[in-house]
Design a protein around this ligand. Structure first.
Ligand code: ASP
Ligand code: MG
Length: 410
């Protein structure tokens, strides 16, 4: 007998009809002899609707009350889901975050889970019930309701799978799994069968939206096998798992892009100690998160400093920089129409030439690279936003990501 945690996103349970269909799907698995824990999001669009209403009342809504409001969406779906199971002649119990005792810190609207008590869940599973847990919510030690931040239901599911030592955690969504790139940008994109935690972490942080990055981090830490798959088909999706030898032979696993950043360049700053601190301290004090930074060394002379910030913070960052007294500082320029294209693969750890292939392909397409950054398993290039689709298609082709059996090494 296996213990399976299944999480269903908002589009999977958007109507009573869909909730009934999902309940039947869960019951089929239970009838095969498995213990089922189901984690649900709110119905699609609900959380946004709540945020909208709150903003009509308070410009920046009180965070404690916001959590009370937002958590209500999941209360609706777990109750309806438990009813659907009972209507089908089986037993279920819905549990809110505080009923399970998902204890979090007190950071309202972005709380972190501190501990989970498994007693209530285990007792109900023993009684043969489908246990239906509200995603995205928890409670502080002082009984204040909290939420885990947008997309937090994935995190609830993985955390439950970890503490329950579940055999697997399945994340059901409206796509077939994780793709080699966004199928909306390039139709040749292929569903990935297996990907490592590290690759998935990079893809999530670099723009892929299918899985919440905190959930992937938790899954890696507790070694929870994650299966991302579609609610609307029976097909296998993508397994996110620990790395094994075979996986290293795949050079590149995925290709992603983000249009959420902007670039700022300060030309001719003095290349002296303290200059970076001077530039980046006020930026970070304003709560702005800097991603890439490029500075070259020309001791004693002038240098250029280029960095990226979230696009929403572009104007604010420009204003901060323009008001700084930087010795000899020249011209401040920038662009908020850039895209960051990234290729990810654990095979890069042991194989050279991938970055050069990326540079060559972009050059052949006449695309100028504005910035480059690399890690052990990724290469990112900042380019003009208007070339995003062209870059994605060319790189996807050169690494043969659309092939059923992409070339491996050795
Ligand atoms: N309902 C929450 C949201 O929309 C949590 C989730 O769906 O994961 O962000
Ligand atoms: Mg979600």
């Amino acid at each position: 007998m296996a213990l399976i945690v299944q999480k269903f996103g908002g589009t999977s349970i958007a109507t009573p009809e869909k909730i009934k269909a999902v309940a039947e799907r869960v019951l089929r698995r239970q009838k095969q002899g498995n213990q089922m824990v189901v984690v649900l999001s709110a119905m699609a669009g609900e959380t946004n609707r709540f945020i909208d209403m709150a903003r009509q009342i308070q410009e920046s809504p009180d965070e404690r009350e916001m959590d009370v409001l937002l958590a209500s969406g999941e209360q609706v779906t777990i109750a309806l889901f438990a009813m659907a199971v009972k209507a089908a002649g089986y037993d279920a119990v819905s549990l809110l975050g505080d009923q399970v005792k998902i204890i979090t810190d007190g950071m309202h609207t972005k709380a972190r889970i501190k501990s989970i008590d498994i007693t209530a869940i285990v007792n109900n599973l023993r009684k043969n019930k489908v246990v239906v847990v509200a995603g995205f919510q928890g409670v502080t030690e002082d009984d204040d309701l909290t939420t885990l931040g947008r997309g937090g239901s994935d995190t609830t599911a993985v955390a439950l799978a970890a503490v329950l030592r579940a055999d697997k955690c399945e994340i059901f969504t409206d796509v077939e799994g994780v793709y080699t790139t966004d199928p909306g940008v390039y139709a040749a994109a292929r569903k990935i069968d297996r990907i490592t935690y590290d690759e998935m972490l990079e893809l999530s942080s670099l723009g892929a939206k299918v899985l919440d990055i905190r959930a992937v981090g938790l899954a890696k830490r507790y070694n929870v096998p994650l299966h991302v798959r579609s609610t609307f088909t029976e097909n296998e999706g993508t397994w996110v798992v620990e790395e094994n030898k075979n996986m290293e032979s795949v050079l590149v696993s995925g290709l992603t892009y983000s249009k959420n950043e902007a670039r700022i360049t300060i030309s001719k700053v003095h290349d002296i100690p303290g200059i970076a601190a001077k530039i980046f301290t006020p930026i970070s004090e304003a709560g702005i998160i800097v991603d890439m930074i490029i500075q070259n060394t020309r001791a004693g002379e002038m240098t250029d400093m280029t960095f990226t910030v979230p696009r929403l913070d572009y104007q604010k960052s420009l204003n901060i920089i323009k008001n700084l007294e930087i010795a000899g500082a020249g011209h401040v320029s920038g662009s908020d129409s850039i895209a960051k294209i990234s290729i990810v693969g654990v095979g890069m750890r042991n194989h050279t030439g991938i970055a050069t292939t990326v540079f060559r392909v972009l050059a052949e397409e006449g695309i100028n690279i504005q910035m480059i950054s690399t890690s052990e398993i990724k290469v990112s290039c900042v380019i003009d936003e208007k070339y995003t689709e062209l870059a994605i298609r060319s790189l996807h082709d050169v690494f043969a990501l659309g092939d059923d059996n992409p070339p491996t090494i050795e």
